[in-house]
Design a protein around this ligand. Sequence first.
Ligand code: HEC
Ligand code: HEC
Length: 279
Amino acid sequence: MTRLSAIATAVLLLAALPLRAGEIPDKAFSSEADPSSRQDNASSKTLEHRSGTTFMSPDTKAIQDDDTANPGMLWALDGEELWKKKDGANEKACADCHGDARESMKGVAARYPAFDRELGRPVDLVQRVNLCRARHQQTSPLAYESREMLALTAFIAQQSRGMPITAGRDEELAPFVAKGHDLFHERQGQLNLSCANCHDDNWDKHLAGSAITQAHPTGYPLYRLEWQSLGSLQRRLRGCIFGVRAQPYEFGAPELVDLELYLMTRAAGMPLESPAVRP
Ligand code: HEC
Ligand code: HEC
């Protein structure tokens, strides 16, 4: 993206994003990096692999780093209770089959989305939990952003904290990783921007006061100060799609799962940080 078109785009975006007065910067895109680094091409820039955490202010980072201050921990604690709660027609709790999550769920979130043989496609952690609810508990699915689902997925993801992302290694996933890759690079919406235009080409810049990060999915589900809540990766992706004025896919849509899967392979080896905190 040329500098001029970036600015034109950002001006359009400013109109699209809900901003409080005083947050609108003079220049929508501003680079804090040393000017020489702008010569870098996109691929060499992305090799640096920086988590969204490294773009945050020290204040926000302090909230994330302190478990007693991190609001996401409240969801994880609720999740631990739900893990032990009997539910469904056969009165089974997650714990009745999976035992202590600290053992059985270790590393699980780091390799999702994973391939489900019966469905013949990848499912993310939310869908995996709902498969257990349907197949093993004989009960109804939980909605993506419901308190219970966020709590269960936060508790499960917490068991992989600090573990490297390994998702996407199963060879049956290859076509879905490829689809996610294409979606990431496809221009869309009235602003005609791809994810890569911002997150590969402009991650060292700011947009309307927000750092444009490299879009690594290391922290999800995470607590966003702007949401005043925990939220899933799909909620975040829908927000970015809405930001370029495209019609976001429904929660659970195959396109969003393919994007999640691609983002996880793109972040391979990075440590999971859930429940993280973001501005
Ligand atoms: C116009 C620029 C722009 C485009 C295009 C864009 N994003 Fe973003 N994205 C942002 C900004 C800015 C943030 C962080 C600030 C915020 O949260 O509002 C962000 C945040 C994210 C995050 C959160 C990372 C973290 O550390 O929590 C992910 C993941 C993400 N975007 C993925 C995507 C995907 C996938 C697409 C394409 C469907 C996309 N983005 C398109 C600007 C963009
Ligand atoms: C009656 C036993 C049973 C119950 C109850 C159950 N599960 Fe499962 N779960 C399984 C089995 C068996 C698998 C392996 C995949 C399959 O056969 O569906 C599994 C797989 C999983 C996985 C994927 C693990 C991996 O390594 O990929 C997760 C995550 C999970 N369950 C979470 C839950 C949660 C959360 C609950 C409670 C809401 C729950 N399960 C309830 C039996 C159960």
